[in-house]
Design a protein around this ligand. Structure first.
Ligand code: FES
Length: 391
């Protein structure tokens, strides 16, 4: 089950905080503990992020291994920090990892590797967290397991007890699982037939509409995005997000895209007709992505995700009207820097939700890093930090 918000249940004097998919800050988690009467009996947290990066990206093998490991470790570290700062009685890695049953995406099951996969299963996550926070109690659960919050006793479900995440057991399990779901997968595919003629025209109209929603987003995106659409009526099409407007055209030889999105016409058609949101397509992993330079563009994803004028202008208002009067000072390399207390991206409290290393402020909410000397966001196309050296 996925939630975009944490929820707190307080009943019979017990407090349970479920923060899967919620990116809770330490301050918010502590506040939840306070609301629960100063004690959290169980805290469920996400250690396996549902993200198409780096899984859907066309990285060379070596780079993929590095990016995937970084991603996995940074997710575990974030969970570790949150648990350390919240101190629940029992912390439980919850949800994930995903697995892929359909032939179109089955090759992605490498992400489940217990040593080097991008996604951590709850067994591996629990082990890692126990090692890094030895005084904290961790456990993980499978369907049907029960925990008694009064006594701490755990009763395992006998059917689930036969299940294992181990690498050696996985292929046979996935085979059985895929066979079991084959009819559902076939039905879902049948609901998305190959597109009819005129796909390029529908594509053009869709992006022209998106391009008219926000000049601010167009200016911030400022790049050429290439779509390689496979299957009937597909093609290679460029969308030029330029500050003075958006243009859609057949890809011209020699034009160098900064971003490339490859997907099947049947999925694109579902987006164009409104049956699927861009975010659904991204999270379905039924596409492959490439970017050069390898920098996340928060605005491109934001435009595709929100795709409506009021939401985009709310982001613009937030970013251009930020109150940065509350400031903090951080030290690095013998210098002192004055920076805003709240992250320019989505407002994380940097006084407790950031670390400073290598001359950069790393915001722990979404891992954007800002150069202290210039304030520039170094790993994403996103708003900058106003940083001033003061000593
Ligand atoms: S709030 Fe998202 S990176 Fe800081």
């Amino acid at each position: 089950m996925c939630h975009d918000a944490a929820f707190l249940v307080v009943a019979d004097g017990r407090g349970v905080l479920h923060c899967n998919d919620a990116r809770l800050t330490a301050a918010q988690a502590r506040r939840a503990r306070h609301l629960a009467g100063g004690r959290l009996d169980l805290m469920a947290l996400q250690t396996s992020g549902a993200s198409w990066h780096p899984i859907c990206y066309e990285y060379p093998a070596e780079e993929m291994a590095k990016v995937a490991t970084d991603k996995r470790v940074s997710k575990l570290r974030a969970a570790q920090r949150l648990v350390r700062q919240t101190e629940p009685e029992l912390a439980v890695p919850f949800a994930g990892p995903p697995c892929f049953l359909d032939d179109e995406v089955r090759h992605l099951n490498w992400v489940l590797g217990q040593k080097d996969g991008a996604f951590c299963d709850p067994e591996v996550a629990t082990e890692w967290l126990r090692e890094h926070l030895p005084r904290q109690r961790f456990d993980h659960f499978l369907p049907g397991d029960a925990v008694d919050l009064d006594s701490g006793e755990v009763v395992r479900d006998p059917v689930s007890a036969a299940f294992s995440f181990a690498d050696a057991d996985r292929p046979a399990y996935l085979e059985r699982y895929a066979a079991d779901r084959a009819a559902h997968i076939a039905a879902a595919t049948a609901e998305h037939p190959e597109p009819g003629p005129g796909l390029f025209d529908r594509f053009t109209a869709h992006f022209e509409r998106l391009g008219g929603l926000s000049d601010y987003f167009l200016r911030q995106i400022a790049m050429l995005v290439r779509f390689e659409i496979t299957g009937p009526h597909g093609g290679v099409w460029d969308v030029d997000f330029a500050p003075d407007g958006l243009a859609v055209r057949e890809a011209a030889p020699g034009a160098r895209p900064h971003y490339r999105i490859t997907t099947a016409g049947r999925w694109l058609d579902a987006v164009l007709s409104g049956r699927l949101a861009w975010e659904d397509l991204l999270i379905s992993f039924r596409l492959s992505l490439y970017r050069d330079p390898d920098v996340y563009n928060d605005y491109l994803v934001g435009l595709l995700k929100h795709a409506n004028a009021p939401a985009l202008s709310a982001v613009e208002e937030y970013e251009t009207g930020r109150d940065e009067s509350e400031r903090i000072t951080v030290d690095w390399g013998g210098g002192r820097y004055d920076i805003p207390r709240y992250c320019p991206h989505a407002g994380e409290d940097l006084s407790i939700g950031a670390v400073v290393r290598n001359g950069q402020v790393h915001c722990l909410a979404h891992n954007f890093a800002f150069d202290l000397a210039t304030g520039a966001c170094v790993n994403a196309r996103a708003a900058n930090l106003t940083s001033r050296r003061v000593g």
